[in-house]
Design a protein around this ligand. Structure first.
Ligand SMILES: [Zn+2]
Length: 99
């Protein structure tokens, strides 16, 4: 007698265990990703760009490669070089409850 197609119960249990393992892996991966996003959200890095002659200043969002003293353009007021004057971090967390 050779009845093919009947699943071995051990194979079924093994597959079920694997499925649980995979689901757990996905859940932990998603939750760790969520935590990382929450850590990144409330912080914002700002670069203060200003004219070397001091007649113009503006804040812009920090972009990769920015450093203090970097020339980023020309002053719209006098045409002198615009440089990054300072870089600082601000918290922009939505949880600002004052009662
Ligand atoms: Zn200027």
């Amino acid at each position: 007698m050779s009845g093919g197609g009947v699943s071995n119960p051990y194979v079924v249990i093994f597959i079920a265990l694997m499925a649980v393992l995979v689901v757990q892996l996905i859940v932990s991966y998603v939750s760790s990703k969520k935590q990382r996003a929450q850590q990144e959200l409330p912080i914002k890095t700002v670069s203060v760009v200003g004219c070397v002659r001091g007649d113009y200043e503006i804040e812009k969002e920090f972009s990769e490669g920015d450093f203090v003293g970097r020339v980023v353009g020309d002053c719209p007021q006098c045409g002198a070089p615009l440089i990054i004057k300072r870089i600082f971090v601000v918290t922009v967390g939505p949880k600002q409850q004052k009662s």
